[in-house]
Structures are given as structure tokens and as C-alpha cells.
Write a protein that binds this ligand. Structure first.
Ligand SMILES: C[S@@+](CC[C@H](N)C(=O)[O-])C[C@H]1O[C@@H](n2cnc3c(N)ncnc32)[C@H](O)[C@@H]1O
Length: 220
């Protein structure tokens, strides 16, 4: 696994605290709407594996707010894992774990495979900013590692049946200029076939602020 990607892993400027915790402006904007959907449609308790945890803020916030969750961070990027480890160290509870070094595009998710099946797999804002192989791996891995009735939660910008909000279409073009393998994906045309291959059924699609979607799947 490549430890230090040659490209930036996020498009925004992030601040780093003295203890190594990083803070991202987008998480400050989206964490409360995500908490509300997560609590209502995904889970209030159980073991969660997060793919592409980035700064680690989502896991820290959600485990503070939903006290039945046990959350394991992971990321392909070593610098992001440093921030995730700092969030684990700073937590006032013992329900944050990891980070695991995990590349979603690989057929073997290492330590995450050794665990008993997960209740929830989460991926926030990775699908558009990673190659399609990571998206394929995300669905395959969720299908492989979730327990029956376990949930996959995916959040980000998406098109639907070939139609995309103009702001998302512009964003997608910008992403592709940075990396031809990145881009806003189509939920119906690109993600649902992967879900079907992985025995994941679509449960809910919730419209979120700034033309994002929260998409919930259930393992059959
Ligand atoms: C835009 S950031 C989002 C981070 C975080 N989920 C959030 O919402 O703030 C994208 C993340 O995807 C991770 N990533 C990209 N490709 C990946 C892969 N193949 N496997 C695991 N993580 C990956 C990057 O390292 C980065 O942390």
C-alpha cells in the first residue's frame, strides 16, 4: 500500500491543532446534518468501520453525540491517520479505535477482515475524490464484512440517472482536471450495480445541504 499519496487527499485547507488533530471546514458544515440522518436512518449503536476517515472529525463527533456507537477509523493516507490517532487520544470516552491502514480498492482490508462482522460501514466524501477502483472496493468490502442487516452509509455529491445539479457538474469537471480518475459519480448508473453485486439493497436516499446525498444500503 502506498503510504504517502503523491496528490492531495482533500481540496480544502485544513487546520492542525497542537495535539495533531486536524479540522476541516467542510466537516464543520456537514457534521450536524449527517448526525441527524445517521441517528434516524443508520444506527445509534453498534460497531462502525469508517473508510477514508480523513481528519477523523466525523467519528469523534458522532461518538460524542451517539453514545452507543463504537467507531474504528481507517484511511489509505498516513498523514490523515496521524490526525485520527490524535482524535482517539483526545476522546473523553473509549469508543474510538484505530486508525487502520486500509486501502478501499484492495480486495483484502487487512485488520478489518479479522474482526467479527461490522454493524455499519461508513464512507463520507471519498467516492468522488478517489479512483473508481476504490468505489468498487468500498461496495465489495461492505458486502464482505457487514453482518446481515448491517448498513452501508455513503455521503457526498452524486448524479442520479444521468442528471446532476449544475454545482456538482462544475465540481466534477474541476475534480477531473485535477485527476482524470476522480469525479462525481452517478448513484443509479454507477453505484447501484456495485451494490447489487455485493448483496446490498438500497434503503434510503436523503437530500442533504449543498446538493449532497446521504445514501443508505442494507446487507441482505
Ligand atoms: C475528501 S477526504 C474526506 C475525508 C473525511 N471522510 C471527511 O468527510 O472529511 C477523502 C479521503 O479519502 C481517502 N482515500 C482516498 N482514496 C482512498 C482509498 N483507496 N482507500 C481509503 N481511503 C482513501 C483520502 O486519504 C482522504 O482521507
Amino acid at each position: 500500500m502506498s503510504e504517502i499519496p503523491a496528490k492531495p487527499v482533500a481540496l480544502e485547507a485544513r487546520e492542525t491543532g497542537e495535539d495533531g488533530r486536524r479540522f476541516s471546514p467542510s466537516v464543520a458544515r456537514n457534521r450536524e446534518p449527517i448526525r441527524d440522518v445517521f441517528a434516524q436512518h443508520v444506527a445509534r449503536d453498534g460497531r462502525v468501520l469508517e473508510i477514508a476517515s480523513g481528519t477523523g472529525e466525523h467519528g469523534a463527533f458522532l461518538t460524542d453525540e451517539l453514545t452507543g456507537l463504537e467507531w474504528t477509523y481507517s484511511d489509505v493516507d498516513a498523514h490523515s491517520r496521524v490526525s485520527q490517532a490524535a482524535w482517539v487520544a483526545a476522546a473523553t470516552h473509549d469508543r474510538l479505535y484505530g486508525p487502520l491502514a486500509l486501502d478501499a480498492s484492495l480486495p483484502d482490508w487487512g485488520e478489518a477482515e479479522a474482526e467479527p462482522p461490522w454493524d455499519v460501514v461508513v464512507s463520507i466524501n471519498m467516492v468522488h475524490i478517489a479512483p473508481m477502483s476504490a468505489v468498487e472496493g468500498l461496495f465489495a468490502g461492505a458486502g464482505r464484512l457487514l453482518k446481515p442487516k448491517g448498513r452501508l452509509f455513503v455521503y457526498g455529491p452524486f448524479g442520479r440517472d444521468g442528471i446532476m445539479a449544475p454545482s456538482n457538474a462544475r465540481f466534477s469537471e474541476d475534480l477531473k482536471r485535477r485527476d482524470l480518475e476522480w469525479g462525481v459519480r452517478d448513484l443509479n448508473m454507477e453505484l447501484l450495480p456495485l451494490a447489487s453485486l455485493a448483496d446490498l439493497i438500497l434503503l434510503d436516499v436523503i437530500e442533504m445541504p449543498a446538493n449532497n446525498l446521504a445514501v443508505m444500503f442494507e446487507r441482505t
